[in-house]
Every structure is written in C-alpha cells, then in structure tokens.
Write a protein that binds this ligand. Structure first.
Ligand code: AMP
Ligand code: MG
Length: 366
C-alpha cells in the first residue's frame, strides 16, 4: 500500500481565478492553480500575481525536466544511465544532477551517513522501487550493504559534469529530489516577482509571501496515526516565505504478517528505520540576507527530514542544537513520536498550533 498525500496544506483557498474581463488582473488576487502528477507525487501549485499563469507553467516544465533527469525508473535519466554504467566509468550528467549529487554527498557527511543516496539496491530489495514488496533476508541485506556508502561514488574535480561509482553501487535521489525542485520553483517565483504562492509536492511544501488578507499561510502537519483522514492533523504551522518538509513512516509502506515496513531505510541495518519517530518535519525560512545570498533551502530540509527520521528523537535534537550553535544550518523541527508526543523546537513554537483533538502530548524544546 502506498500513500501519496502527506503534508497537507490547510489553506483557505480563494476561489478567485485570474480575471478574464476587461479590467487588469489585481496582482494580489490574480491566481493560477494547477495540479501536476510527477515524481510519484500529486503536486499543487497555486500562484498569485500578474505573472501567475506564466509562473505555474514554468514550474510544471521544470518539474518534468528534473523528473527526466533524476528518475530511477526512466532508463534515459541521468540517474539510470549512471547506475547502469560499469564501475569507474565517468558518465556525463547535467548540471542539476551533478550539483544534487554534490549536495547528497554533503548531507551524507553532515549526518554521518544517516542520509545516504546509495541505498538504491536496498530499497529495491524491499520492493519500494518496483512496488513488488517483500522482506529480504538478513544475508541478502548484508550483501547489499557492502555496496552502500556515500564514499562509493565519485564526483571528479575538474570534470564538473561527470560522476562515477564503485562496483555494485546505485544512486537514488528520492530522499532529496523534491526538495531540490522546490528550490528551483522558488527561483521561478522570484524571477517573476510573484507576490504570494503555495507549492505543495506531497510532503514538500513551499509557502511564498503571505495570504491575500496579510496573514500567514497555514500548513497542516499530517497526523501519522490518522493518515487516512483528510482532516487528521498533529498540528499547524503559520508560515510565510518558508519550506516545510515532512518525512514519515506512514507515507509509503507495506504490511506482511502483521508487521509494517516503511520506505525510509536505516543505512546501518538496511531495514526500515525503527527510531521511535513516526514523522519529522523540517522548517526553514526562505529569504535573502543583506548580501543577497539565499538563506533556507528546500533541498536541505528534504535531506534533513529523511536523515533525522533515521536518527530518532534524541540524536535529531542533538543535531539541531549543534547546528544552531555552529550556525551552519538554521532549521526547526516538529517530531511526532511513536509514544504519542509532538516535540517542537523553540524557533517555531510561536507559530505552531496544536490540534487539541489529536490526543498528543505537546512539548517545546530548546
Ligand atoms: P523522504 O520522503 O524525503 O524521506 O525520502 C524517502 C525516499 O528516499 C525513499 O523512498 C527512498 O527513495 C530514499 N531513501 C530511503 N532511505 C533513505 C536514507 N536513509 N537516505 C537517503 N534516502 C533514502
Ligand atoms: Mg527527504
């Protein structure tokens, strides 16, 4: 069984579409909204402003282009060509693929291997790639884990558009690709001077600007225990200009002999991560500093949501505290635990609203 919908945007969506009359469109209310099915995900782009139509279709084009590069099932994609190449052979890839591989390696190092884009053979053994689910034996997993590790693929310096890998190594960018797409879409929104927008790629959400009435967008964090209910939330975040990315064990899984097996793999065991968490949401503001550098990254939120899910509550919070002190990465977290708690880091405590009907115990940590 699989789930596509994850982090639902609890938006008071306006019905007002782009005006077709004689009057020019109001940049604050003119809106174009489309749904795109790509990357195994139902995506919704709602974009306001005079260039909303141009921007939504530019966003769709980019999603399709990136899917064509990063898909593991399309044999023509960069990732498939790289995976099919003999060990050690340098394969020419696009700029996007190469930079995403660099980022995947960076986050693997930062998270001490909790994020690992070489788990492809292990995910396939569990049937998550081809959707032919099965429980592999310990011996099979141990054999496959020999070929897992971020140091087992190479990004040769001086050859900016190539990559290669060791024997038996296969790449899967599924834990980071949608985050990268939201970064690319943020660029489109900026270029087109979009005043406000909501971009939802399943568990990857980008909210841009504020709502037309000047209040923040409301992003619902799905309750992992009520994933089937359209209105089952663990809480809500009031956000402007921000990425919110959720990884959860309820998003994709199968059941065998009464046991549930989900899609986020612990690279240490080759098995679905059993870390005591049911979901991790990573939040970053997307803004520019005084020197015009972009702060906040959908790619980073996506890599971290997967990695921190693998780490579990204690390590994830330790990681958050260390990064906050070093100021290398600036993010906040909402963790939902198997034992019925929702843990919110203090940087977003003031914008988090619990869902009192959910039955969770809520904690803020600093
Ligand atoms: P996400 O929903 O962003 O947490 O990504 C989950 C997807 O990333 C899975 O469906 C796999 O394709 C891949 N994946 C699974 N485990 C890991 C891991 N530990 N590190 C990186 N990618 C992973
Ligand atoms: Mg992820």
């Amino acid at each position: 069984m699989r789930r596509l919908t994850v982090l639902l945007l609890a938006l008071a969506m306006l019905a007002g579409l782009t005006a077709c009359g004689m009057e020019p469109a109001d940049p604050n209310t003119a809106q174009e909204s489309i749904q795109v099915i790509a990357m195994d995900t139902v995506m919704t782009f709602s974009i306001y402003g005079e260039k909303s139509t141009h921007a939504v279709y530019a966003a769709e084009d980019e999603v399709r282009r990136l899917e064509g590069l990063l898909s593991r099932t399309d044999p023509e994609s960069d990732v498939s060509r790289l995976n099919a190449a003999p060990a050690g052979e340098a394969v020419t890839v696009s700029e996007d693929t190469r930079s995403l591989l660099e980022m995947a390696r960076f986050y693997a190092m930062m998270t001490e291997g909790a994020f690992d884009c070489t788990l492809a053979p292990v995910s396939s053994a569990w049937g998550f790639t081809e959707e032919s689910f099965r429980v592999p034996s310990r011996t099979e997993l141990d054999g496959l884990l020999q070929h897992v590790g971020w140091e087992k693929f190479q990004l040769p310096e001086g050859q900016n558009l190539t990559a290669s890998h060791d024997e038996g190594v296969e790449i899967d960018l599924g834990g980071i690709a949608k985050g990268y797409v939201t970064d690319v879409i943020a660029g489109i929104l900026e270029e087109n001077h979009v005043p406000r927008a909501t971009i939802s790629l399943g568990g990857n959400v980008l909210v841009w600007g504020d709502r037309p009435d000047g209040t923040p967008w409301r992003v619902g964090i799905q309750d992992p225990a009520r994933a089937d209910a359209a209105d089952g939330y663990a809480g809500f975040l009031s956000l402007t200009d921000a990425f919110a990315v959720t990884s959860g064990s309820y998003q994709r899984y199968f059941e065998e002999d009464g046991q549930r097996y989900h899609h986020i793999i612990d690279p240490a065991t080759g098995c679905p991560a059993d870390s005591g968490l049911t979901s991790v949401t990573v939040v970053e503001k997307r803004e520019r500093d005084a020197n015009s550098n972009i702060l906040g990254s959908g790619t980073e939120c996506d890599a971290l949501s997967t990695a921190l899910f693998v780490m579990g509550e204690e390590k994830a919070l330790e990681f958050w505290r260390t990064e906050r002190e070093s100021r290398q990465m600036s993010f906040d977290l909402v963790l939902v635990t198997e034992d019925g708690r929702v843990v919110v880091t203090d940087g977003i405590a003031d914008v988090f609203t619990p869902d009192e009907t959910s039955g969770y115990a809520y904690e803020t940590v600093s």
